[in-house]
Write a protein that binds this ligand. Sequence first.
Ligand code: UGA
Length: 428
Amino acid sequence: MRLAIIGAGHVGLVTAAVFAELGHEVRVMDSVPERVSGDGAWFHEDGLDTLLERNKERLFYTTDPAEAIADAEVVFACVGTPPLGDGRPNLVYLEQVAWMVAEHANHDVLLVEKSTVPARTGERLQQILDYEADGSLYVSVASNPEFLREGTAVYDTLSPDRIVYGTRNTRDRDTLRRVYEPMLKLHDCPVIETDVASSEMIKHASNAFLATKISFINAVAAICEEVGADVNVVADGMGHDPRIGRQFLNAGIGYGGSCFPKDVDAFAHLAREVGQPFHILDETRDVNSRQWKRAVHKLKQELWHLEGKTITLLGFAFKPGTDDVRESPAAYIAQSLVDEGASVRVFDPIALDQIRNEVRQADPFFSLTEALDGADAAVVCTDWDVIAGLAPHDFIEWMRQPVVIDGRNVYSPDHMRRHGVRYHSFGR
Ligand code: UGA
């Protein structure tokens, strides 16, 4: 099939590569020329460059919407929906895609929302297409959310745990069946065929639930600290119940990234808008924003004053496997330490270029040894393997004071403390 992808970001480029791998011809459009240079991905994602290279004959890149959309049977909108600051996501870019489709489609076309959007966004897009598209064409809107995680995006997209699409009628459903038919031959998984609003809700509710699971265990961790329990053991014990599951019960400095913070807010906003306030989500967000502050508090307890101290953040990306630093708890910690007068160093294996954009006064370090040399404290912000592999003697040998605040619970408290590290983690 001939497909168009509008927006060559973390979702768009991965989706394009995977669709090309499935044998579809894919036109990728982005208004930023560097994102559609055809020279591989502009961000770090394991396996993506290989997949793009292997399928380059079926991938065509452009900055021109007309070129991308004109002959496409299905147009996937993968544009960003960044937060507006009041809880709502900015859907302007998505609206622009609908206008592009209305203007440039020259035969029947299905516009599919891949970007995460509040329920009923599809209705608004359909209105634009109904009013603006050439009356002789069939133009329709569907929802087909992605569930990929950054860092494992290629694997997640090629081997999904489910495929969800919501359509207005059987014609659109059959179109999406044809898109995914080759994937189901390679990897069998449940397919949820539903209406547009339910599909939109599945994505928002999934992300909100996962974020709430993280905040739940972080709230449990705070209590564990007071009663002398170990949150990792508690999570293991809970996780053996298949109704609960162990995943996403890792306590620490909380979730970041371009999805959970924004989606929790957007879902809570939608709930208020439709008169069904969802207070659990407000608490999810509040617990999460307390987590990075708890790391700073633990630092103060150990170091007394932060002014004049040298503090090393170990990891800056919002999670391992990506160079994405959007809404990373590390950025909040770094800014707060700078504000307190500390000198902040940051080590990250791949997200170094982004550090200065986020926190101007923080100094990026390429070498772990140099980042820790003479430091008064280290804060583990991202559970990269290279960071989790550090041993107590590394901290003792290199640092001025071996104070470690483990924001991802990657080390054993006993082992660290037995060897003289002044060690604090979350909920243990
Ligand atoms: C998330 C979802 O997991 C995907 O299913 C979804 O498709 C994606 O958002 C999206 O909407 O595009 P992602 O943001 O890439 O994926 O990353 P996650 O692996 O979900 O991690 C999110 C954050 O939660 C990270 O900062 C991570 O460190 C944190 N986290 C995760 C915890 O603090 N504890 C945990 O137990 C798990």
